[in-house]
Every structure is written in C-alpha cells, then in structure tokens.
Design a protein around this ligand. Structure first.
Ligand code: HEC
Ligand code: HEC
Length: 464
C-alpha cells in the first residue's frame, strides 16, 4: 500500500524519511534461517538443535539396526538444512480386493521400509506378500513450528465450511508424546497423520534412523523377524536419553524444526496470478493464510502465516498413494502447503511432477490432481496461456526471498547485478505493482524501491 500522506514542504528529504518510517519491515528470512524475534535462549536451542539434526547418529548411541539414513539432514537438506531432498522412502502393503481391506503387513515390517542396516542379515526388503508399493518424497520443514501452532479449531471450522463439492476432512491422531491424551488434528506428512513436531521427531527418529525413545521403545524388526532383531540389536532400549542439559536428541530435533522460519513469499501479496489461482478453485484447498495460536514461544504466537493449505484429507482419486495410514484411505492425501514451492525440482508425494522447467512441473502436478480436485484441474487446463502464466508467476513467488533474483536462497553478485538497476527512488512516476519485476526489492510493498530498501539489500547480501 502506498502512503496517502504527501511529502509536503520537506520535499525529497521528507519522502525519504517517510520511506524510512514505512520501511520498518525487514526482508523475510532465507530458507534454513530461524524465525525472527526468538529469545537468546531459543536461538541457542535452534543452533544446538541444528547440530543434532546434522550429526550422524552412531550405532553405539542407538542408530539402527534398521534405518534409512543416519541423520535427519541426510534427507532434509535442500536448499538448506531442514529442506527437502531427492531421497524417497518406500511404503508397502497388500492392496484391498473386493473381499478384503488394505493390509498394512505390520507383522512383516510394514508399512515403511527401512532399506539399510548395519548387517546384511538384518536388512529389510519389501516382502513378497506385498502387492502394492508407493514412494514418498521428503518435504521441507521450514515453518514447521508455525504450522504446528495453527489452532485445531481453525481447521475444524474450515472442514465444516468448504466450498461446494469438497468434502475434505480432518485427520485426528493422538500425539506420540502424550499417550492416552486428547486427539489432535494432524498436519504433517503426506497423509496428515502427525499433529506435532515432537511426534514427527520421535517417529522419524525410530522409523528413519532406528533410535528408540521413551515413547517409542520398540525397535523395528527386519520384516517383523524378532529373532533376527535380537541378533542385530546391540543397544538397550530406550536409546534416546537426556543429555547434560536434560534434552533428548528428539527434543533437540524438535527445537531446530520448531524455530525454522517459514519460506519467504515475494511479493507477499497482490499478484494477479493469485486471483486466477482463487478463481479456478486452487485456493479452495490450498487456503492462503492463518493466524497461529498463543503458544509458549512468543515468536510463534499470533503470527499471520501463508502456507496455502487446508491441511485436510481430500480424495484425489488416482493421485492417492494406495496406502491406508491412520484415518486416511488409499485415495486420500492431505493438501500440501505450497509455500517454498519455487525452490523445488519435483512435486507431489512421489515426486512424479519433475524433469521440466518450474512451469512444466507445476502444470504436470496440477494435471495429476484427480478425484475431488478434478474440476479445479480442468478449470486450470481451460485457462489461456497468459492466465496460466500469471498462476506460474504467483507460484514462483512462493519460496522466493526479497532480492533473490534467481531464487537460489543466496543474495549474491548475480542478484545484485539485476536488482540494482531496478531502483525507482521514493516517488516513482508509476508506482511498482506486485507484478512488476522491481517488486522483488519492494520490501515494504509501498510501490517503490528506495534507498532504505537498498540498505536492506546491502545487509541481506550473503555472497557466494
Ligand atoms: C530417509 C529420508 C528421511 C530421513 C532420514 C528423515 N526424513 Fe523426515 N521425511 C522424509 C519423508 C519421505 C517424509 C514424508 C513422510 C510421509 O508422509 O510418509 C518426511 C517428513 C517429515 C516431516 C513432516 C513434514 C511435513 O510438512 O509434512 C517432519 C517434521 C520430518 N520429516 C522430520 C524429520 C526428522 C526430525 C528426522 C530425523 C530424526 C527426519 N525427518 C529424517 C524423509 C526423511
Ligand atoms: C481438492 C483439493 C485440492 C485442490 C482443489 C487443488 N489441490 Fe493441489 N494438492 C492437493 C493435495 C491433497 C495435494 C497433495 C498431493 C499428493 O499427495 O501428491 C496437492 C498438491 C499440490 C502440489 C504439489 C505440492 C507438493 O508439495 O509437491 C501443487 C503444486 C498443487 N497442489 C497445486 C495446485 C493448484 C495450482 C491447484 C489449482 C489448479 C490445486 N493444487 C488444486 C489438494 C488440492
């Protein structure tokens, strides 16, 4: 928004001063950075948590015997620690037939495959009984603490007030860290089966790395074979014990993830493509914004965030992954947040929309939307090339920080080269609109790229 106050007798100086007042807004954090406004203690927990997230877990401290990787960062690392990654994991089961429902094959190590182990003998394989397998890609964790802080009640209200034709539903689950406690609404994972960051830390520690905890004290046995497990498992359970400061490793994983900043969106609002995105029904599921609850961490409380998801399970027909998980059926998937999209080379749970340009991958992802998302996918397909382009440009703003011209999560000479000539000064003849190229530098969205923002560019410069 532009200020309605005129610069008046102070002329240019006045305008600069006004720009200074209006520009109190700072550029958004890059991916991998902490949320703004953390206390010194929280920031220390973030940094220590980051180290725990990166450090390979030794076998003597609980890794394995079955695992997929030895660190969380082994999968979550692009374009920064806590990000997405090319690694996909395998789920398996017996598909439903006309006479029997889906079987998770829990007794045979289902539904998640651990494809590595310290000894060949204990390696898990997809059992021959399985008639169905599905791949799942690694999502970004940026903004996880903010997603966690969306009130359950908000998601329930949304579920009860959906646009016509949509019957998305909440996925409820008891958090792993509060056994026997109240059910909460899931919002993490491709099927929304996990409600809190703590639960995901505990779940991933066990199922991706083989680290047992107070809450999940049972190792995964290779294809369910307990005798074999006894031979390979050398560390007493539970393995995850508090350190000198009283935090377990999973606590530390949680600290890091909870304080990760949300992906940037530049410009933050007002692009023409967002209106088209709404008009074709994308926003019916990919709901733009939420206000977080009052939670113990001030920096996560009462924040307006724009994840672009309703976190509900929708029947997407052929795009379902064929796995029953918690309350989710084979064809139900949770609407994924679209924030951060611009920096990802593949989309959808198995990463099938990949290999092309950003625009091509987005188009492929939309075309795969089946079931209750079909009308929206068809409405998109019917758009003119120019309208589609507006949508791509809007989606390309999700995951781009101010000044990051080439959307690669660094502000370097290359960005500087393209950004610097876009300076307008405080009172351009035609104010910048969110669809102008210069909007990438209009940090406070007041229609100009002035000296105050130039100063911010200098401070945001990260170099190579
Ligand atoms: C082998 C690769 C791999 C490793 C190692 C791994 N993850 Fe993940 N992570 C994934 C995949 C795949 C998913 C999607 C899971 C699903 O929906 O089934 C995921 C999802 C998540 C999510 C949910 C994010 C969202 O928005 O839905 C969180 C949180 C998470 N992982 C945390 C962790 C933590 C903490 C660790 C370390 C203890 C870890 N991950 C280790 C691959 C991995
Ligand atoms: C009925 C609800 C619904 C509608 C309508 C919908 N989506 Fe989705 N969208 C989903 C779900 C559910 C997923 C997760 C799919 C999966 O698990 O592979 C998804 C995934 C995506 C992804 C991939 C996200 C990722 O993390 O890989 C993109 C991109 C996307 N949608 C864009 C759109 C656009 C653009 C539109 C409008 C043309 C749209 N969607 C309409 C529910 C919907």
């Amino acid at each position: 928004m532009r200020l309605s106050i005129e610069p008046g007798p102070l002329g240019t100086l006045g305008a600069l001063l006004l720009a200074g007042v209006a520009s109190s807004q700072e550029p958004q954090p890059l991916m991998g950075q902490p949320v703004r406004g953390l206390s010194a203690q929280e920031l220390a927990l973030f940094e220590e948590g980051r180290m725990a997230f990166i450090a390979p877990l030794p076998q003597s401290e609980g890794a394995g015997p079955l695992f997929n990787e030895l660190t969380c960062a082994g999968c979550h690392n692009v374009p920064a620690i806590g990000g997405f990654g090319g690694r996909r994991v395998t789920r398996f089961g017996v598909a439903a037939t006309s006479t029997s429902p889906f079987q998770a094959l829990e007794g045979l190590g289902g539904t998640l495959l651990q494809d590595q182990s310290f000894t060949i003998a204990c390696r898990e394989t997809v059992p021959t009984q399985a008639t169905h397998t599905a791949l799942r890609g690694t999502p970004i964790l940026f903004g996880a603490g903010l997603i966690e802080s969306i009130p359950d009640a908000t998601l329930v209200v949304r579920a009860n007030n959906q646009p016509s034709g949509l019957v998305g539903r909440v996925h409820t689950t008891v958090p792993i860290e509060t056994p026997g406690g109240a059910r909460r609404i899931g919002r993490f994972g491709w099927k929304g089966g996990i409600a809190t960051v703590d639960s995901f830390s505990l779940d991933a520690a066990l199922n991706e790395m083989g680290l047992t905890s107070q809450f999940l004290p049972q190792e995964n046995a290779p294809n369910g074979d307990l005798a074999l497990l006894a031979q390979c498992d050398t560390v007493a359970d539970p393995e995850d014990m508090p350190d000198a400061a009283g935090f377990t490793r999973t606590d530390r994983f949680t600290h890091f993830q909870r304080f990760l900043a949300a992906p940037a969106q530049t410009p933050r609002s007002g692009m023409a493509g967002e209106a088209v995105f709404e008009a074709v029904g994308c926003a019916d599921c990919h709901v733009a914004s939420y206000v977080t609850a009052q939670v113990p961490e001030d920096a996560l409380s009462g924040q307006t965030i724009q994840p672009y998801a309703d976190f509900l399970l929708h029947d997407l027909g052929s795009l379902g992954d064929g796995i029953v998980e918690g309350e989710a059926t084979e064809t139900e998937m949770m609407t994924r947040p679209l924030w951060g999209l611009a920096q990802r080379p593949s989309f959808l749970h198995d990463g099938r929309a990949t290999g092309g340009t950003f625009e091509q991958n987005v188009a492929a992802a939309i075309a795969e939307h089946g079931g209750t998302a079909t009308p929206s996918a068809q409405a998109f397909a019917a758009l003119s090339a120019a309208e589609k382009d507006l949508v791509y440009r809007f989606l390309g703003s999700l995951g781009r920080a101010e000044f990051d011209w080439d959307t690669n999560n660094t502000i370097d000479e290359f960005d500087w080269f393209f950004i610097y000539p876009l300076m307008t000064g405080p009172e351009p003849a035609t104010p910048l609109s969110p669809d102008d190229t210069g909007a990438i530098a209009d940090v406070d969205q007041d229609g100009d790229f002035d000296l105050v923002e130039f100063g911010k560019l200098q401070r945001a410069f990260t170099g190579q």
